[in-house]
Ligand binder design. Sequence first.
Ligand code: GAL
Length: 941
Amino acid sequence: MRRLLAVFLVLLCVLLGAPAGVGAAAHEVTYDRYSLKVDGERLVLQSAEFHYFRLPSPELWRDVLEKFRAAGFNAVSIYFSWAYHSPKPGVYDFTGVRDVDRLLRTARQAGLYVIARPGPYINAESTGGGLPAWVKTVPGRARSSAPGYRAAYREWLHRINPIIARHQVTRGGPVILYNAENEYQVNTDAAYMQDIQDQARADGIDVPITTNDCCDAGSWSSTWATGPGAVQIPGVDDYPQSFECADPGVWGPWGEGLTERLRDDIPVFAAEYQAGAIDLGNAGYDKCRELTGPAYMKYFYKNNLVTTGATMFSYYMGYGGTNWGWLAQPNDVYTSYDYGAAITEARQLTPKYDEFKRQGYFLEAVAPLAKTEPITSPAAPDNPALTTTARANPDTGTQFVLVKHADRAATGTDDATLDWAAPDGRHRVPVRVRGRDAHVLVAGYDLGGQRLVLSTSEIMTHALIGGRDVAVLYGTAGSPGATILRYGSRPAVKVLEGDVRAEFTGSDLRLDYTHDRLARVLVTGGGRRPLLLLLGTDETAAGFWRAGTGAGPVLVRGTELVRSASVSGETLRLAADTAGGPVEVFAGPAVRRLRIGAEDVPVTRTPSGSLVGATRAPEPVRLPALTAWRSRAEAPEAAPGFDDSRWTAADHTTTISPHPPKTLPVLYADDYGYHYGNVWYRGHFTAAGSETRIDLNAVTGLRGNYLVWLNGRYLGSAAGGVEADSGDASTPPNPDPGPGHFDVPPGVLRPGADNVISVLVANMGHNDDWIADDLRFKQPRGLVAASVGGTPISWRIQGSPGTDPLRGPLNNGGLYGERTGWHLPTYPDKSWKTASAELAPGVTWLRTAFRLDLPKGQDAPVGLRFGGEPSPAYRVQIFLNGWNVGQYGGDIGPQRDFVLPAGLLDEHGTNTIALAVTAEQPVTGPGPITLFTYGNVRTTR
Ligand code: GAL
């Protein structure tokens, strides 16, 4: 009975378009050497990575996750950032933008499984690699079983695990896998790896546990495959295209990208497969999107699929998002974490999304892919420039033949005839492969009620719609295609559109054609149910959307997106994004009406049996100019008379940091509880009168600086120290920022009296701990050395108050304006003066407000654009309604456009922009500053 119920629920899920198992009832997750299984049903896991902490707008989580599902992904992989939730030991926040319960509910509603990755270490180019900065002050090596660290990470796991546990597939939720740690391949502390898993089990995690191995895969998983610390399903990370976006023409500089089989009893799992890149060389993310564009996806993803037989994929990233606040690990990334992903930071779909959709729909529709073994290729090309590799499903005999260039770097186009010994007979068929492309061709496949002998077009999807099979096949525009289908007797073939030649011999119907726009062939009779064959190009295939309804699947083209569909009576309702133009739907004959969102779309029936109509263009969006800027200079901390008596005395003589201070007292900001953003220091000394120079060293992370005043006189600035990330455990990080000498100008010292050195240090974020050596992670931030001759200095420090419960610990640093609320929308700035373009050294705030009333029912993401060339002499922190949405400046990175996400942005009200500009010298401020849109569609969410 339970089995029957399970089967029924799986069926219901399939009908409703959700992957089996993503439903309210409890399910069982098992696996064998081929694939994961839910309630015994095989599953090809197709996941893309998403970081909720990089999209601080929970209502937009749904948008992104629905876009994942609409591309054919059935899972989302999610890191949970410990740092994002915990400002200090024992304090955790899971509300508002940190509401991960809501996130997991949203994933389930979107029909996605979840790979839950709570670390404790996550890397992800996030500050501290996800470890809160307070962990820097905990004794004991991070990412080990040292007792101090253990107590800290257990605290996190016991908070996050129960939330994840209640959303597991085994309890009717979406979480299908639990990922312990992250690329933990250097510091091989088995007890630590084991303890993470023991804690998870104790907290109720009962889905399979995985881990993502890096680089030198085998090292960790094979050595420890069965010992303490071993996980059930280890996977491998692969980034074959590297992160050098400046040269997007490179082709697999880091290898073939073939995911290794780690064990015989588990599926091959591509735990993180490159789907974008960090922008190490500041080339801009469009270049990263090019580096990892459709050509790369076609070649590397398909090659991996057919060569390794992987059935578990997680693509990093599906949507990158924003390093808002102080979320970035500064040595690798700037504000945008767009990643060159398929979905941009502003949630726009790109040609990479189309390629994911073509491949994703294929993996979802063609079930035999979930269980394959390698076979000697049955298809031989007669052109040596081309080569084939193949797998087959041992139960159905279905063949999957990969056709690609023998030289993977080849860029020319080659034609060949394939001599193909398919399960249903031998055939000679034409193929054409462009350089840096690959095709997965299928033979011996029960395509719905049809028998596909073979095709040199690729299968995108097929569905039983209104009693007939509708199949979408595609190939490169202009290339030849041949599709052979088997029939009991001669079928009737009607070419409804396009140029397709049909020939029936023996029991085979052979169709020959050139891939061009969208050809339509209706095949009836022949002892099978009717087939509508849609033969497209890459472009026309990508125009199709597939969605499930209670009355079976539907196909839609002409919309920008289909989020969900339902049929009631004669009406097909779509929740979809549209931008105007023709729309076509393939639904059962009972469907006669189309409703998109709240609008009826008049339709007529076509000879293909589909319905066509037209959607309305969205209303244009008008954005106000940003005028009436007001400004106020700050940095009273620089003045000698400033009252710092309530600041924290910086008087420690010891630190647990593995980096000893060069001078005492210890001035490391973290040691005094100031972990994020700017910190101020004030050092008092009684001058002998002979001091000529102040020596200061600060460590800030890449892109950081510090500014120095003596008795209110500005002395200048210097670049802060940076981690030297050699990636090599034997090379320690470089905490030495080099010289920071500041001459004492004549007449500024006050001999025998109190003199004050004021220093503003930018803490750009914390190093990660990628190689688990603890040294990089525990590199201090703030001043690491200070002297003025030999004169004793007594120091005080001030940083972020860390008291914003809404925006969280990473939103603010310790600028005077931040401590006083100048970034907040409610701050009364009426008395501020009209802004001038010229800035003095120090910190100047600029504020303006604007009203928006964007058209309702549309999605038009808004951005803030800095025109002109930024100066390296200033850096700008950008606050939208109090939220720190990014940093701009000549030394900060190539970014000029900043996303103002809906939710933080009031699309129907007044918004405040506050800019905190830190200038190192007199300089003309940033500008012109404008609002713009990244896109505009009608939407029904
Ligand atoms: C991987 C790591 C991810 C991310 C990625 C590069 O090594 O596991 O967290 O850092 O590299 O973006």
